[in-house]
Structure formats: C-alpha cells, structure tokens
Design a protein around this ligand. Structure first.
Ligand SMILES: Cc1cc2c(cc1C)N(C[C@H](O)[C@H](O)[C@H](O)COP(=O)(O)O)c1[nH]c(=O)[nH]c(=O)c1N2
Length: 226
C-alpha cells in the first residue's frame, strides 16, 4: 500500500462554524455559583476529556492525568482545604481590599456535581523531551492547554467550569492520594448552568477590568515599561 502524506485539506471553517468557535471563546466564563445539581453524564464527560486530551503538548508528551471527583464527602474535605487557604489569602491583601475579597465567591466545590483535578506527570516520556530541552516548564504549559480545551468544550455542552487555585497543593495531594512527583495544575468545578455572566464576574463585581488589547500589542519588540 502506498504511504500517504498524512496531510488533508485545511479549508477555513464555514461562517457558521467559525462563529460558533468564537462564541465559545467569548462566552466562556469562570463559574463559581451558577451550577445546577444535575449530574454530568458519562458520555458527555468523555467528550470533554477527549477535547482536553487533544490539546497540544510539548514533544507530544501528553503529560496530563484527569482525576474525576463526584463524591460529596471528598468534595467536602477539599472545600474545607480551600476555606483554610482562602482565609490565609484574604490576609495577604491590603487591609482596604480584604472585605471586598471576602465578599467574592471563589469556588463551587460543593455545589458543582463534578470536580476534576488535572495533573502533570513531569517525568512522562523520559528525561529528554523534544521542545522541553531548554525550558523545563513546557510540560506545565502543555497541561494548561488541556485545561483550556476542556473549558471551551464545557461551554459548548452548556456546562460551566470554574478553576480553583486557592489551596495548599499538599492538602489536595493528601486528599486525592496524588504521588509527590506529580504536579497539580488545575482543580476544576463543573456542572450544567442555565445562566452565565456576560462579562467576567470579577469585572462585574468591580475587582478588575479587561485591559485594552491595543496596550498589550508591541510590534517588532518590547515597547512597554522596562
Ligand atoms: C490559572 C487560573 C487560576 C484561577 C482562575 C483562572 C486561571 C486561568 N480563576 C478564574 C479567573 O478569575 C477568571 O478566569 C477571570 O476572572 C476572567 O473571567 P472569565 O474566565 O472570563 O469569566 C479563578 N477564579 C476563582 O474564583 N478562584 C480561583 O481560585 C481562580 N483561580
């Protein structure tokens, strides 16, 4: 059998397909509180994880694992770990911002029926990895690409997702039995939603605003503050 090149035609998407992709990008939100209790069916979860697993990765290393958590007692323990870390976090902000910080809802661990912890196995594939030879963090960046694929796929399915990063990793590792050598990249809360903020919740609540894109683009070299 003749060897094929493996290449296929790369047509631009039809207008409606293109609009759907941008719609997913622009209407994706970080969700903390709008979760409905309906479980995420296994076949839908499989689609989401396939989307995550099709993310790009350095040297095609695919360093991720996906720990799915539905158990309420486990989620309760994780929510308690969040609560401890969040109290510490609140104290790190200037005094005048602490009450605003405490008023923010920053997780949906108990409310979201499905939680997923995405990890990075930094040793997968051996010591020398194509593309990671000069920047060892590339495996972590690859894993973040998987998170974003999952986030966009969830939006398309009518599922909201929230990233929770206010933890001591050691707490998550103990609760989930994650080996020491494995890095935690993301702890995510997922569930169906029937409402989403039109703009980032942190903007709606006056915590931060979207920066003007023009200020972030430098042509031909660094033009910002040194
Ligand atoms: C790496 C990382 C870590 C976190 C987040 C995001 C990312 C990328 N975000 C969500 C973040 O606040 C949100 O993405 C921005 O406010 C922008 O809002 P939208 O995602 O556009 O809704 C987030 N949100 C939250 O409520 N608790 C958290 O601990 C975190 N942690």
């Amino acid at each position: 059998m003749p060897k094929t090149s493996g290449l296929a035609r790369a047509e631009p998407f039809l207008a409606s397909e293109r609009d759907a992709v941008y719609k997913a990008i622009f209407t994706r939100r970080d969700v903390r509180d709008q979760f409905l209790p309906e479980p995420v069916p296994d076949d839908v979860l499989k689609r989401l994880l396939e989307a995550a697993h099709h993310a790009p990765s350095v040297g095609f290393m695919q360093p991720w694992n996906f720990i799915t958590i539905r158990s309420q007692p486990v989620r309760n323990r994780i929510a308690d770990a969040f609560g401890r870390a969040n109290d510490e976090a609140a104290r790190m902000f200037p005094e005048e911002r602490q009450s605003d910080y405490k008023a923010l809802k920053l997780e949906g661990i108990r409310k979201a029926p499905l939680n997923i912890c995405i990890t990075c196995d930094r040793g997968r594939g051996g010591d020398v990895i194509l593309g990671k030879t000069h920047n060892p963090n590339m495996d972590l960046y690859s894993t973040v690409c998987a998170v974003q694929n999952l986030w966009l796929a969830a939006r398309v399915e009518g599922i909201g997702m929230g990233w929770v990063s206010i933890f001591h990793d050691a707490d998550l590792k103990t609760i989930l039995g994650i080996p020491e050598r494995i890095e935690i990249v993301a702890y995510l809360c997922l569930g169906y939603v029937d409402e989403l903020y039109e703009r980032p919740e942190l903007q709606v609540k006056g915590w931060n605003r979207r920066l003007p894109l023009d200020e972030l683009i430098f042509e031909e070299g660094w033009r910002g503050k040194t």
